[in-house]
Design a protein around this ligand. Sequence first.
Ligand code: RB5
Length: 145
Amino acid sequence: MENLSIAIGCDHGGFELKQKVMEHLKSRNIEFKDFGTFSKDSCDYPIYARAVAEAVADGCYKRGIIICGTGIGVSIVANKVKGIRASLCSDTFSARLTRMHNDSNILCMGERVVGAGLALDIVDAWLDAEFEGGRHQRRIDMIEG
Ligand code: RB5
């Protein structure tokens, strides 16, 4: 597996799951930086989603993980940042395939959608799958023109 460094973020709706994902990354010796939010107080998800997406787009971090209540808001925000291919996943098949085919560089999840056990399996499937390149690279090149 490539040497990964992960930018991670959430809003209040994803705070608990982000804590579990960070523990999981630690247990796998994967480096990460937490871009907030840092409490369960109500906040605005675009702030944290954009911070993670820009850190990945700038090349400071290889990949990002962003969590909110549904995963939808953060994925909408992240996909507006040039160079970001953010994938909202609630199953391991999609998490694996979005790495293999879309070279996904941000994983989004919804804490109110997936349980913690499944979420950590999704993280592992997404972290461990490799981009296949070839015809998939051609298609990715067509996304931003
Ligand atoms: C916050 O209540 C919730 O709207 C947010 O976490 C997210 O689900 C938005 O898409």
